[in-house]
Design a protein around this ligand. Structure first.
Ligand SMILES: Cc1ncc(COP(=O)(O)O)c(C=O)c1O
Length: 402
């Protein structure tokens, strides 16, 4: 039929809308289409009405993104019914989970004081303008959390499984009990542990969020976020996503899905390398302190061992260069040859970051000091290279700052 049409028409339609195949691609194809057709208009009507599965428009859902969502529901679901909703970033996922938990004008949240900087800003700078109050607490101090939950009656209790940059570990089962008793939904940012190490839904969390930009994607080439919860709660999150947008694109979903396939292999290597590097750093005179949950010196080592110890303690650590300020830290970071000074984490590459001028820049030096983030603190995202090569690079850079 196209043969007889004008080149204007041919160019638009030629090659498209092939018959549905009778073969099955082994890996998920990327579907960039924003439109979906049904032979029978009543089918389209039924999809719009939620009476049959299907796709109508990508802000409502699309095939490649749905594949990532199914995968995350399996990985975080811990054998119970769970569903995932993917977002364009981790921050969009954090926002959506808070709304899902019931954050509205006039409600309050209790959150870990050392949540990721943008999460802190969302609570402290944006949600406050919408009459949402947040009380920040030391999430490792259960007496303080209990008191805050009792006083605030929050709709949500928010924590990160391992915090940045001091690697404090949240006792999620204990926090789930406190949240339940106080009528709050527990929201756990599981970015640093990934479901390889810990599955918060299994331990009483209502919402799990991820910056999939980190370990889930794993290769430093995709920005994405995911919220995982019960199917009922996920339905609610998706309804809100239809209005708010911040949907993940199909190319990004495909990259994240591809990343997931090697998540356990990468995490195993990250964990082994990080423990080796942390133990080595602890023995160096130039290092005043190492923060890694796998070390016995870590204040929440016992909690970390109980929650995740079977498989390891993650790939993230931080350490304090003895007597150093910004100038010495910068010289150290510039002297590194293998370890890259880049502003992200959870990639296959080893990466360093200076929290005082990046993730925690917006805090005053006094607030940083109160949180334990001194001027000599360096964060290290230990990659999957050979541990000895990472250590050799750290050693030569330490020698240069003397
Ligand atoms: C623990 C944690 N949660 C959330 C986010 C936000 O994720 P994204 O940058 O993908 O929006 C980050 C980003 O670094 C993070 O480290």
């Amino acid at each position: 039929m196209l043969q007889e049409k004008s080149i204007f028409t041919q160019a638009v339609h030629a090659g498209e809308r092939a018959e549905l195949p009778d073969y099955t691609p082994v890996s998920m194809p990327i579907y960039p289409s924003v439109g979906f057709m049904y032979e029978d208009m009543r089918d389209l009507d039924a999809v719009f009405g939620g009476e049959r599965p299907g796709y109508v428009y990508p802000r409502y859902g699309s095939p490649t993104v749905a594949a990532l969502e199914r995968a995350m529901a399996v990985l975080e679901g811990a054998g119970q019914p769970a569903a995932a909703v993917a977002f364009a970033s981790g921050m969009a996922a954090v926002h959506a989970a808070l709304l899902g938990a019931g954050v509205r004008a006039g409600t309050s949240v209790v959150a870990a004081a050392d949540v990721y900087g943008a999460t802190y800003a969302l609570l402290e700078r944006l949600l406050t303008t919408m009459e949402v109050r947040t009380r920040f607490v030391d999430i490792t101090d259960l007496a303080e959390v209990t008191e805050a939950v009792r006083a605030e009656r929050p709709v949500a209790l928010l924590c990160e499984i391992i915090s940045n940059p001091l690697m404090k570990v949240a006792d999620v089962p204990a926090l789930a009990d406190l949240a339940r008793d106080g009528g709050a939904a527990l929201v756990v940012d599981n970015t640093f542990a990934s479901p390889y190490l810990f599955r918060p839904l299994e331990h009483g969390a209502e919402y799990v969020v991820h910056s999939a930009t980190k370990y889930l994607g794993g290769h430093g080439d995709v920005m994405a976020g995911v919220v995982i919860s019960s199917p009922e709660r996920a339905l609610d999150v998706r309804e809100r996503q239809k209005m708010l947008g911040a949907n993940l694109g199909p190319q990004e979903a495909w990259l994240a899905l591809r990343g997931l396939k090697t998540l356990p292999l990468r995490m195993r290597q990250h964990c082994g390398n990080a423990l080796t590097v942390a133990q080595w750093l602890e023995g160096q005179a130039a290092i005043a302190r190492v923060n890694y949950p796998g070390l016995e010196s870590h204040p929440q080592h016992a909690v970390a061992r109980r929650l995740m110890g079977e498989r390891g303690f993650g790939g993230m650590l931080s350490f304090e260069l003895r007597g150093a300020g910004q100038a010495e830290v910068f010289r150290f970071m510039e002297a590194l040859e293998l370890v890259l000074p880049a502003t992200t984490l959870g990639d296959v590459y080893s990466l360093t970051l200076y929290p005082a001028h990046s993730s925690h820049r917006q805090l005053s030096p006094e607030v940083r000091a109160a949180l334990g983030i001194g001027p000599g603190l360096v964060r290290l995202s230990v990659g999957i290279e050979q541990a000895e090569d990472i250590i050799a690079d750290l050693a030569q850079a330490l020698a240069q700052v003397g």
